[in-house]
Design a protein around this ligand. Sequence first.
Ligand SMILES: [Mn+2]
Length: 259
Amino acid sequence: MSRKSSLIKNSEQIQAMRKACGISSQLHTLSMTGAVSGLSEKNLADKLVRFYDTTEAASWAYPMLVGSGKRTTIIHAQPTQKKMQSGELVLIDMGVKCNGFASDITRTWPVDKKFTREQKTIYQIVLNAQKEVIRAAKPGETLTGLHALSRELLLEGLLRHKIIGKDELNEVFPHKTSHWIGRLVHDACPYFNTDETAVKLEAGMVFTVEPGLYLKEGYGKYSHIGIRIEDVVLITEDGCEVISSVAKEIDEIEQLRAY
Ligand SMILES: [Mn+2]
């Protein structure tokens, strides 16, 4: 099979990815419902494992990440015994596999019923970038181009709120916006052609859109806020379709948190 042909998924493969995304979406939605204050990250992960056992998922696509409080600023935080506390955020990056195909979804939500004002500000910057990138994803575009758009929007939002200087984006957004996804969560498909131009998006290609901001120490009232929002996107003939389906607007998340 050529490198290009594994980039473009057939209808059976897309069906498998829809199923994996559907189950993972249900798991994420479940994670957001119910009180978690005082539970550990591990307790929350265990709750998801129990629900996973009742689904038709074949396996996890990768080890689940659960970070709370300042651990949301760690890009790959494995769940620990740390207790989730009022005022903190929880970041969960989790996906299952079905019929050999992976999903990869991230959501960030408050331990409490509502986001704080500072959390909302950062969340809205990330969400805006994520939605704008999805709006721009269509045949002929490239992941390189979408990443540039994502960076531009994150920087503009942070500068508007005077949270970082214009040269500081790499410190708070140290990863790419997208990766291919398929049989593997990070599908080993090429990002560049042999002539070094970026691979152009075509109908049937599937990738993630996952901008994030990770504010560690030194950002004043915005310190210790880490937010990533990740969905799985399928390129269609004239645009794209988000095949993961979990609440991501602030009011939708707060409704789920209103246990
Ligand atoms: Mn990912």
